[in-house]
Design a protein around this ligand. Structure first.
Ligand code: HEC
Length: 172
């Protein structure tokens, strides 16, 4: 009886294909080190943390983009235009932004040349509001404006769709 129930529960889980699993695994060290760097820097000061986000985020994405895998972050409302989405990322974001806030949602798509694209939703947490919320402290505001004159990643509320972590895998 128990075995039957377990089997039924398992069969309702969406199948995680190999590409999705590989993309998740490729993103893991990037996400983990970025989170650690941000948390450590925030304990010092948000001003220090701005430098982490602007320098470390792209550096970490590059560091973990090995073996033909490309990693990054993107959003509709961008702080850094260099994070602008590729077409497939934009489409994935359009779909992901409609998911329930906080959902662990992702999309895996086939790209030209046998490549695979994977994107997962990022939702705004409390610690993000310091630099992406509606009220940004004056000293931070000045620093952000100086570094990102075209910053549009402001005014977010808790639980809003912030953007995605994405990965592109090479052809098998
Ligand atoms: C200390 C300030 C600070 C905090 C706190 C912060 N960010 Fe950022 N965020 C930045 C900066 C600066 C950039 C631009 C990074 C770059 O130049 O690539 C950025 C960029 C991003 C991007 C890339 C897209 C874009 O707009 O360029 C995403 C996604 C993002 N942040 C999400 C978050 C999330 C989610 C949190 C909370 C877990 C968070 N941020 C917390 C400062 C911050």
């Amino acid at each position: 009886m128990h075995a039957l129930i377990i089997a039924l529960v398992l069969s309702t889980e969406p199948p995680v294909d190999a590409s999705t699993a590989k993309a998740k695994a490729a993103l893991m060290p990037f996400k983990k080190s970025l989170k650690e760097a941000l948390t450590t820097a925030m304990e010092k000061s948000p001003e220090t943390a701005i430098d982490v986000c602007s320098k470390e985020a792209p550096a970490l994405a590059a560091k973990f983009s090995t073996d033909g895998v490309k990693l990054g972050r993107s959003a509709f409302k961008l702080r850094n235009e260099k994070n602008a989405p590729a077409d497939w990322v934009k489409q994935a974001m359009e779909s992901l932004s409609k998911e329930k806030s906080g959902a662990e949602a992702s999309r895996t798509v086939s790209l030209e040349g046998g490549r695979t694209g994977y994107a997962e939703a990022i939702w705004v947490g409390a610690q993000c509001l310091v630099c992406h919320g509606e009220a940004v402290a004056p000293s931070l505001d000045a620093k952000l404006k100086a570094a990102y004159p075209k910053d549009s990643a402001r005014g977010f509320k808790l639980g809003d769709f912030r953007g995605v972590f994405w990965a592109e895998l090479p052809a098998k």
